[in-house]
Design a protein. Structure first.
Length: 93
């Protein structure tokens, strides 16, 4: 769980990153979850776009994806989701 101060700092950092993946009409298949999990391992902070063709609500996608990847939701704004998962193997900067 991240603190409100950490969440604010992560939201600030997330403004400058581009979405790296999209969730479409197929929803949250195993491939989407695996890709998100690998991206979180490599980057710790990712931004995802939920397309209008997705049948699930954006907040539902965020909650399900965060639960499956064991990540924290930083923010959900519009059709964009920002997730964070600390990588214990990365050295602190």
């Amino acid at each position: 769980m991240i603190t409100p101060k950490q969440r604010a700092e992560l939201r600030k950092t997330a403004q400058n990153i581009e979405p790296i993946m999209q969730v479409g009409k197929d929803g949250l298949g195993i491939n989407v979850v695996n890709t998100a999990d690998q991206a979180l391992f490599a980057r710790e902070l990712i931004k995802i776009t939920v397309l209008e063709s997705c049948e699930l609500a954006v907040r539902d996608v965020a909650e399900q994806l965060a639960a499956r990847c064991k990540a924290d939701i930083v923010q959900v704004i519009g059709r964009k989701i920002v997730l964070y998962k600390k990588n214990e193997k990365k050295k602190a900067k």
